[in-house]
Design a binder for this molecule. Structure first.
Ligand code: PMP
Length: 371
């Protein structure tokens, strides 16, 4: 199989599996227990916190470990909710773990605004500027779109925030950017930044939330008070340690360059076959429209030919239509013919060339059939 759905999930590093096993079978103690064997594990978890902060290049703030990005996003949204005349701003392009949280906030009676997208997949900054005011409590905009790969200009969003509502919190869903892009959360003064281990070769069901100022947040889970009270429940020690291994071994610069060169080669095939795709500065995700064919049909044909690609985010693949692509102004036909191809540095040049040939050949064959 040639796996081109790395935005859905990535393969775990084998070293991380070994670490997981160590913390499951040998150092298996509960980090909240009082004896030295256990407090050593709490210390190991703190080492991973520091690794995450280092990757985020954060000069201050804390890491709360969670059960993945969906939970981190919920903590960010519902943990920053306050009574009173506050307003909450989200982009239309958010992952369902943010978007559906925004809809729930609205159902609970909070004032929620949505910012639309431009044709290039980034949010509409002018619209955002028109929406923010002194009542803005939270601005939540993703770093990289999981659907299109578009990179939002977070510095610009921060500038808008600083100008009109400096007290508002800025939450960034960084799932598709963390480890992959070089940045510091200080560059755009993020108050909250979400990440998920399984997108950078860590295990599924573990992630975290970076919190610049812990007093800005309230817990949404009630229990034993782990994670300083912000996420009760015994920590997923093996998962967190394996995530620490992944973040340490992910070479952001080297991988970016490798993926960029693989993507360049792949795009040549799409260009030759006349396939439209969104141009972004992100080499990891290609969002393409195979005009005249149904994306789902193409995905199934490709699966039989040994190439796995995505149609929209895995979590929303079963939903009809596509809120994000439609908001960007793609026609119904373009949306229907959409495929997401996402890369990993673990792919070989040969695999990428083969995938380019198989995909464009399959496209031609289906086009012939539907003529
Ligand atoms: N946000 C984005 C941008 C994502 O791509 C994903 C995963 N598709 C999530 C959140 C949810 O992550 P998790 O699977 O860790 O809950």
């Amino acid at each position: 199989m040639i796996y081109l759905d790395n935005a859905a999930t990535t393969k775990m590093y084998e070293g991380g599996v070994d670490i997981y096993k160590k913390y499951a079978c040998q150092s298996f103690y509960n980090p909240s227990a009082g004896y030295r064997e256990a407090t050593n594990i709490a210390h190991d978890l703190d080492n991973v916190r520091n690794k995450m902060l280092a990757k985020l290049k954060a000069t201050k703030g804390k890491i709360i470990f969670t059960g993945g990005a969906t939970e981190s996003n919920n903590l960010a949204i519902f943990g920053s909710r306050r009574n009173g005349k506050w307003e909450y701003i989200f982009s239309v392009g958010e992952h369902p773990s943010v978007y559906n949280g925004a809809l729930e906030l609205e159902r609970q009676g909070f004032t929620v605004h949505f910012v639309g997208l431009q044709k290039n997949g980034q949010i509409d900054y002018n619209q955002l500027e028109g929406l923010v005011n002194e009542r803005t409590r939270l601005i939540s905009v993703m770093h990289v779109s999981n659907e299109t790969g578009a990179i939002n200009d977070l510095k610009k969003i921060d500038q808008i925030r600083q100008k009109h509502c400096p007290k508002a919190l800025f939450h960034v869903d960084g799932v598709q950017a963390f480890c992959k892009l070089t940045f510091s959360v200080d560059d755009f003064n993020a108050d909250l930044y979400t990440f998920s281990a399984h997108k950078f070769h860590g295990p599924k069901g573990v992630g975290g939330l970076y919190v610049r100022n812990i007093s800005s947040l309230k817990n949404i889970v009630f229990g034993g008070g782990q994670e300083e009270g912000y996420r009760s429940g015994t920590e997923n020690v093996g998962g967190i340690m394996a995530m620490g291994f992944a973040v340490e071994h992910y070479n952001t610069q080297e991988n970016f360059e490798k993926v960029a060169s693989l993507q360049k080669i792949f795009l040549k095939y799409l260009d030759e076959a006349g396939v439209d795709y969104l141009k972004t500065d992100n080499p990891y995700i290609v969002s393409a429209s195979f005009k005249g064919v149904n994306g789902e049909t193409l995905m199934r044909v490709l699966q039989d030919k040994g190439v796995l690609v995505g149609i929209g985010s895995a979590c929303s693949a079963k939903k009809a239509g596509n809120r994000i692509l439609e908001n960007m102004g793609l026609s119904k036909d373009e949306v229907k013919s959409h495929i997401r191809i996402s890369f990993s540095e673990e792919l070989s040049l040969n695999e990428v060339e083969m995938a380019g040939q198989i995909i464009t050949q399959a496209y031609k064959e289906i086009l012939e059939k539907v003529k």
